[in-house]
Ligand binder design. Sequence first.
Ligand SMILES: Nc1ncnc2c1ncn2[C@@H]1O[C@H](COP(=O)(O)OP(=O)(O)OP(=O)(O)O)[C@@H](O)[C@H]1O
Ligand SMILES: [Mg+2]
Length: 233
Amino acid sequence: MSALSIENLSIVFNGKAGNFAAVDDISFDVAEGETFGLIGPSGCGKTTALRAVAGLNLDWSGAITAFGAPLQPGRKITGSLRRDIQMVFQDPYSSLHPRHRVGRILGEPLSLAGSAKVGEEVASALDRVGLNADIAGRYPHQLSGGQRQRVAIARALLLKPRLLLLDEPTSALDVSVQAGILNLLNDLKRDTGMTLVLVSHDPGVVAHMCDRAVEMGKGKIRRTLSRADLEVL
Ligand SMILES: Nc1ncnc2c1ncn2[C@@H]1O[C@H](COP(=O)(O)OP(=O)(O)OP(=O)(O)O)[C@@H](O)[C@H]1O
Ligand SMILES: [Mg+2]
């Protein structure tokens, strides 16, 4: 079974010059356990495609199937797929609540999911991403960029997703910190068997991380890259 299957996905926005397809009839398949790259120039539709898969934009056409279950355009993702699919954003600063401490940012989804051991689980989530438990008492602005991205990854992992969507997870970080986050993602993937879809501008990152990739341009898929293609990227 595919972790993710996308068939003839199109996403249209109303621009000043009329409607335009930010994602224009794309299809690809991601196998379970694979790290799949989505590359292409700025504005080609990568984030837009990912947001539809995450259920953050419901206005799309075509077919999106995750672990055999179809998503429905126009309808929120429900049931187990809500936990199974999580997304990490490019800029963790805007995705973490500025006035909540890390303990609350991580604790709330656990409480909502009915956890009885929130404190313990928050500590173990921080540990898993290589952060000290005392980080729980800090606000996002009291963290470095790399620490913030680790918190964002910890939050995405809390609900034990099977598919993790990563939108430029390291582009806001400097090179030394980038490597740490990428290695962390590879370790987590090895430990959990999770499937990753990784959006990146950086050919080096994609070559280091991905089993396969597709390159987008102006909303369309321009080419598919095998592992061998990625070696020479
Ligand atoms: N909510 C929206 N309303 C209208 N147009 C949008 C909206 N979101 C994105 N777009 C447009 O859709 C196109 C694709 O945007 P998208 O954010 O998916 O690109 P991207 O490939 O992720 O680029 P980047 O690498 O810069 O993040 C762009 O032309 C963008 O301006
Ligand atoms: Mg983007």
